[in-house]
Write a protein that binds this ligand. Structure first.
Ligand code: ME8
Length: 513
């Protein structure tokens, strides 16, 4: 039986251009999706755009555009960013698509049928920037003394007829969920925040709005549009064919992983499972919330003018350097800072020096001293065996880390091996063996090319383009690198390798003029 894996990113608001925060979550999900594919899973990787709601409507208005035309333009820009970042998504869902509108309405009807929706009136605070209702007690003092949301977003007092979802009835079931399936929310520190929020008691959730109409009409009462978060969360269902449980993709339900930023954990760890329980649907396996990027020490914001477009970074530093930096710099789950200096350091130390030089030294010696042909696997010393044993364990160790979303630890594991290979090459000094013991030289170079093959194979999810180039130089053909299982078959000796070329050049700062 094929094992399935369903991973999602948030669907991003189309109120503005894509930035590095969006790219980050998507690259992380991409690494996971690519890794699971290599491990032989049938993967469904979903991403997309969140196009309804007041925030998008206002952004369109500010540009003097109709919301749909505006959403079309920004969604296209997101896809362009995804192409640049080489994100291997299987589906890109837009909440204005008919398939999504139908699914969201079907979910609504199911909730209604099950007696979880009632008509009332909402009176309270709303932050359009967060598209979130806040209780009075959650508000804090803003810089000008006015009350603002805990996120700093402006709030307004809203009073309008509204449908409600009886969320308050789900508190105990949610707490039971967190107790019985601790892995449902990761990391643990955030699980505790969610638990204490739920323990304080949940209010019913306002799930429709009447003061604007850029949204999905409530079935049977089109004066109301669905609250944008109920609409948005339903995307995870619509993309797999809900409510048609005979749809081929329905086999992927429930998702194995919702990857989100910490800003939207509440929606995914509280509202979402409650809505699914209310609709009698199986729950996702896990919600993982990662940390926050600041830019050169500052919060990224339009008003500070420091919003980073990942495409600009790619132009300067190259795609894989940026993908690597994003995954390496931020301990997955923690917060981190994006700075030019830090990118250059990672590129020069870890990519150019550690990995790039290892490959270059090994391959240039094969080219020069082995006639450009892959040496045969020879007689192995204890040192050889130790290095190769560490290498062959790598895919499994990393797989366990990837399943815990420990994407940074998994990289660290590879770098341990890269450093071990560098010590090995220094210690064995194959360039000296050339004269004294050419057979041993060939054996050493073969140990290194075998270790490098594993290194480059497991790094493909992080840096697909560069690892492709490295694997080609190592003489590894496509079918020999598309699954971890292929690693069990040694490459034939004597294979002619292409001329080696550096994969990771050092980054030199352009001279200041
Ligand atoms: O919240 N650092 O969309 P959104 C790290 N439409 N990640 C960041 C980031 C930063 N500085 N800034 C943004 C929404 N992100 C809803 C989601 S899902 C059913 C609906 C990433 O456009 C992070 O993943 O505001 C965060 O959760 C997401 O972008 C918010 O994107």
């Amino acid at each position: 039986m094929t094992r399935r894996y369903y991973v999602t990113t948030p669907i991003y608001y189309v109120n503005g251009a894509p930035h590095i925060g969006h790219a980050y979550t998507s690259v992380a999900a991409d690494v996971i999706a690519r890794f699971k594919r290599l491990a032989g899973f049938d993967v469904f990787f979903l991403t997309g755009t969140d196009e309804h709601g007041q925030k998008v409507e206002q952004a369109a208005e500010a540009k003097g555009m109709q919301p749909q035309a505006f959403a079309d333009a920004v969604a296209t820009d997101f896809r362009d960013m995804y192409d640049t970042m080489d994100i291997s998504y299987d589906d890109f869902i837009r909440t204005t698509e008919p398939r999504h509108v139908q699914a969201a309405q079907a979910l609504w009807k199911k909730l209604e049928e099950n007696g979880h929706i009632y008509l009332g009136a909402y009176e309270g605070w709303y932050a359009t920037r967060d598209e979130c209702f806040y209780g009075e007690e959650e508000l804090i003092d803003g810089p000008d003394g006015r009350k603002v949301a805990p996120t700093g977003a402006a709030v307004e007092w809203v009073k309008e007829p509204s449908y409600f979802f009886n969320l308050s009835k789900f508190g105990d079931r949610l707490l039971e969920l967190y107790e019985t399936r601790p892995g449902f929310i990761e990391p643990a520190s955030r699980r505790n925040e969610v638990k204490s929020f739920v323990k304080q008691g949940l209010r019913d959730l306002s799930v429709s709005r009447t003061s604007f109409n850029w949204g999905i009409p409530v079935p049977g009462d089109p004066k109301h549009v669905m609250y944008v978060w109920v609409d948005a969360l339903a995307n995870y269902l619509s993309a797999v064919g809900y409510p048609d449980e005979t749809a081929a993709r329905w086999a992927f339900w429930p998702p194995n992983l919702h990857l989100v930023g910490k800003d939207i954990l509440r929606f995914h760890a509280i509202y979402w499972p409650a809505l699914l329980m209310a609709a009698d649907l199986p729950l996702p396996e896990r919600v993982f919330s990662h940390g926050w990027w600041t830019i050169e020490g500052q919060k990224m914001s339009k008003s500070l003018g420091n919003v980073v477009d990942p495409r600009d970074l790619v132009k300067t530093f190259g795609l894989d350097a940026i993908r690597f930096f994003l995954m390496r710099e931020m301990p997955f789950g923690g917060d981190s800072d994006l700075s030019r200096r830090a990118i250059i350091t990672r590129m020069n130390v870890e990519l150019a020096n550690d990995l790039g030089n290892l490959a270059q030294r090994t391959l240039s010696q094969v080219a020069r001293n082995c006639d450009g042909k892959l040496p045969a696997q020879g007689k192995q010393t204890d040192e050889d065996r130790e290095l190769l044993a560490t290498a062959s364990l790598l895919p499994d160790i990393m797989h366990q880390q990837i399943d815990r979303q420990a994407l940074t630890d998994a990289l660290e594991e590879v770098w341990k091996l890269i450093r071990a290979c560098n010590s090995y090459i220094d210690h064995q000094a194959p360039w000296k063996l050339k004269k004294t013991d050419p057979q041993r030289m060939a054996d050493v170079l073969r140990v290194l090319t075998d270790a490098l093959r594993i290194i480059a194979t497991v790094l493909q999810p992080y840096m697909p383009g560069s690892m492709d180039r490295m694997l080609i130089q190592l003489g590894v053909e496509e079918g020999e690198r598309s699954t971890f299982a292929a690693l069990d078959v040694p490459l034939p000796a004597g294979r002619v390798l292409p001329k080696p070329e550096g994969v990771f050049p050092r980054y030199e700062e352009p001279e200041a003029s």
